[in-house]
Design a protein. Sequence first.
Length: 574
Amino acid sequence: MTGSSRMPVSLREGFENVKKRSKAARSNRSLALGAGMLNLDLIRNIVFFLFLLRWTRRALWKLKGRGLIGTVVEAYVDIRRVLYGIFLRLPGVRTQVRKQVEEAVSKLQGKLVPANATRYLALPKEGWDQDAVRKELETLANMDHTRWEDGYVSGAVYHGEDELIKLQTEAYGKFTVANPIHPDVFPGVRKMEAEVVSMVLGLFNAPPGAAGVSTSGGTESIIMACLSARQKAYAERGVTEPEMILPETAHVAFRKAGDYFKIKVHLVACPAPSYQVDIRRVSRLINSNTVLLVGSAPNFPHGIIDDIAALSKLALNKRIPLHVDCCLGSFLVPFLSQAGFESQPFDFRLKGVTSISCDTHKYGFAPKGNSTVLYRTQQLRQYQYFVDPAWSGGVYASPGIAGSRPGALIAACWASLMSVGESGYLQSCIQIVGTTKKLIEHIQTSPHLSSELEILGNPLVSVLAFKAKTLNIYDIADAMSAKGWHLNALQNPPAIHVALTLPIVKVWEKLAADLEAVVEAEQEKERARVAEGKNVKGTAVGDSAALYGVAGSLPNKSVVVDLATGFLDLLYKA
């Protein structure tokens, strides 16, 4: 029995081998599991290190660009804005704010949407005869409005003479159905568009090989230049977190481009007395993600030309594109020197300038809806193109945002440029800039105006801005509006600007006289307030004062955003 209970040697050896293999397998699984855990920890560490590296780099860039004090101030402003935004969302506060916004929008509606006007909210059952349409068009054209025809509007309409308007209308009529997306169907439009771009390139001293595109306006021109710079940085340097640096006075279209294309925007101060962008601060903000530098010639708020030569030198040293926004200066700035006025270098003769935006529908006197964006090379222009070779509708290619475009506007632009010609633009520069200088001189020498108003910087072109020393500038703006003038209220700092045009040239003395009368009247009111023991700055109750006076004091601008959104909604209220 004892012998039979013993396990055979071969079976025992097999069992031992199975146990050894099982133990080895368990050991291998443990090693594999340990290695997997080690790899997971390694991946986590690498991800954490990259995250830390990224934010450390961002922090160092901010410290380099803004400095320690500037970084702390910026953080304080951000925290204050967030906290005030939370306060505005509290139930009781939110209800009150919404009520006030609705009241303000209702007031705007009373001005923008006439209550007694006949409304056409659906297609007529039967089409009107043409005489009926013409009659209604005449009624619409004569609706109560600020009289630009009499020169009472800053900017907006830059020429307005009947003879040119008639020529533009004829040109538009000949190409009403034309669409540049079909160059084989409308070859004349293609030819005119190419010639317009060529004329503007020549105006800005473009080098051989330069190129350009026509657009619907200055905003699209700026947006396209920003897109080109972003695409260039991605294609050539692999930049995936693009940033651009612009003066705080640069046109708001750059901020729009930053929002549309996810380009981080760095704003740089334009301090007094020059109100030009601070080049030293621009330089400090440049990093490996910077895709574009920006300068204005001139800027919209104050009419100041930035130091484009210094920006050009910086752009060359850092190998970064530089865009010069000349939308407002358009066909005036290129003629300053020839007209005998002070000028500054601003165009392609500066080697660092890689793109320029120029509105032909401002001082080029073309109909609204015309602008150009110019590039130093064709390759830079190609970065704004969109091409899809695989669409089921066929190969698609467009030079800019729009697909179909109105060829009639291009024809009217071409007709305007050909009609006015170089001598005409030179003469308009002499008239408009010369009148601007007369108005500046009047403000600086008139006893009433010089004691109260201060011109911002040294405006060289057609726009001048001024602020008040003791009065509320927005009260002055509202008083000028009451006299029929449509001027532009500014903020940061509070000011008013006037963009002189050919219509204003004829009535600038009336503008100066009304401004003098308004300032004198406001000073008298101020003296009365002081005598009664009221605030020296008075009680700002006008539209401009209500909007900008209150907005300037708010750390969070969400209320202003709500007001602006309500205004935009009203534009489409039939």
